[in-house]
Write a protein that binds this ligand. Structure first.
Ligand SMILES: Cc1cc2nc3c(=O)[nH]c(=O)nc-3n(C[C@H](O)[C@H](O)[C@H](O)COP(=O)(O)OP(=O)(O)OC[C@H]3O[C@@H](n4cnc5c(N)ncnc54)[C@H](O)[C@@H]3O)c2cc1C
Length: 435
């Protein structure tokens, strides 16, 4: 091979006239769907309006690798399982759960997460500490499905108020969802239970996960086409037409993994069954701070829905000797992030309370309001089992996937699980047509 030749591992190509399966969207959901369908022998084309990655993208600024806000990979979750089954688990640092700092009444309290530390818990009254110890002890064996149909507020309603707020703080941390009156307790407790298995911050950022899924899909024969915005998906019996403006590709099956239910509805003109069982999109206001030197300590707000976590050097996301922290405010579903200047000032104030001085900061990036998930499962909607299914559009051969779809997992784990289900169903449909 001479210097100008290279092997194309991206799988990029011109739009072919047809495919077995067209996947719309190359985020985690679309890539998982494409991997599974291609592994099962389907001819797969993946189209993304931008570069692959979606909300699992990472950008590099001055040597700092910035995810779309704080991203932790749940070691017990569906995405890890999907990656591990293909030997694609990324390298990174496991978040220590030995202690946390709790922000309450404007003061930072240090809390050792061991039996003695928890019994001396400075943010709970003595009676609440005993109840909390009992709740934490029960948690690993708890049958969380039995809580389905009850809201978080209802589940914790018999506990003292300080313990309710304490538990809600951990629920926000593991689910991003700040909606105790609506959020299904079965889903919340299941995620908390899973979070105890640990979280990994990924070296190089989540784009590494995206790249490995993309390469896996391409190795299995899939074609990826970036900057290809789908404008319409039409289901016509046993063929589906996918339009990109003037251009068109036909497919036996289509997986729409292009973000939320609103996009799936807009592209097809169909109604998404079960969307009423979700909260409004769950969003966060984010501030990434590149630091001169590493900072230690995870901070959670107990009376404010805020978070601060050092992502580097735990994971390789910053230049040598530097640190990277992400500060966030969890927004209630539908809540505005307020005006950008005050939203950022509030997050800077949280950093300051943690001892991060202005002089320490060498890079700052604010994301004013980012959608973390396109809807959390509500108690009234039956929890995870009430979420829209992959066939929620009711169109033959058209499936949906994303962090609001299917009976398993939350946030990216829901995208991975529903992507896997949709890719499997799409490939099975193609195989049945050949027979
Ligand atoms: C601040 C923040 C923090 C988060 N933290 C975590 C975390 O710690 N752990 C975790 O598990 N998850 C986390 N998440 C959630 C996680 O990032 C998402 O759930 C997941 O990445 C969603 O993947 P997706 O494929 O379903 O959707 P997306 O990533 O939104 O992908 C959709 C893709 O479709 C493409 N697209 C849209 N419209 C079209 C069109 N018309 N034609 C073609 N392509 C189109 C888009 O370009 C995009 O690439 C976080 C998210 C945010 C915002």
């Amino acid at each position: 091979m001479n210097e100008t030749e290279s092997v194309d591992t991206t799988g990029e190509a011109a739009l072919p006239p047809s495919a077995d399966v067209v996947v719309v969207g190359a985020g985690i959901a679309g890539l998982c769907a494409a991997v599974v369908a291609a592994e099962r022998g389907a001819k797969v084309v993946i189209l993304d309006a931008h570069e692959p990655g979606g909300r699992a993208s990472t950008v590099t600024r001055d040597g700092f690798r910035l995810n779309v806000g704080a991203h932790g990979l749940y070691r017990g979750g569906n995405l890890t399982r999907f990656l591990a089954a293909r030997d694609l688990e990324p390298a990174g640092g496991i978040v220590s759960s030995s202690s946390i700092d709790v922000l309450l009444d404007g003061t930072v309290h240090h809390l050792a997460m061991n039996p003695l530390g928890l019994l001396r818990n400075p943010v709970l009254r003595p009676k609440s500490r005993v109840r909390m110890a009992a709740l934490f002890a029960r948690m690993p064996r708890m049958k969380t499905a039995a809580l389905t149909g009850r809201s978080v507020s209802d589940w914790l309603g018999d506990e003292p108020q300080d313990l309710q707020r304490f538990m809600e703080m951990f629920i926000r941390l593991s689910t991003y969802t700040h909606a105790p009156d609506q959020f299904d307790a079965g889903a919340a407790a299941g995620q908390l239970q899973m979070a105890f298995k640990g979280v990994r911050y990924v070296d190089g950022g989540w784009i590494r996960i995206v790249e490995s899924l993309r390469h896996r899909a391409v190795a299995a024969g899939a074609t990826v086409i970036s900057h290809a915005e789908v404008t319409r998906v039409e289901s016509t019996g046993n063929r589906n037409e996918v339009s990109l403006g003037e251009q068109c590709i036909s497919a036996s099956a289509v997986v729409i993994a292009a973000g939320g239910p609103d996009v799936a509805a807009r592209l097809t003109g169909a109604t998404v069954a079960g969307h009423e069982n979700l909260t409004q999109p769950v969003a966060a206001s984010v501030l990434d701070l590149g630091l001169q030197r590493p900072h230690e300590g995870l901070l959670l707000g107990m009376d404010q829905s805020v978070y601060l976590s050092p992502h580097a050097p735990l994971a390789d996301l910053a230049p040598a000797g530097h640190g990277l922290v992400t500060v966030m405010r969890y927004l209630a579903p539908g809540e505005s992030a307020g005006d950008p200047v005050s939203a950022k000032a509030q997050l800077r104030d949280v950093a300051q309370r943690c001892g991060i001085a202005d002089d320490d900061i060498v890079l700052e990036r604010a994301l004013h309001r980012m959608v973390v998930t396109h809807g959390a499962p509500t108690a009234a909607g039956g929890g995870l089992l009430g979420r829209p299914t992959i066939q929620a559009l009711g169109l033959s051969g058209v499936f949906v996937a994303g962090d609001w779809v299917g009976p398993s997992g939350l946030i990216a784990d829901a995208s991975a699980a529903s992507g896997e289900l949709a890719g499997t169903a799409a490939a099975a449909l193609c195989a049945s047509m050949v027979r």
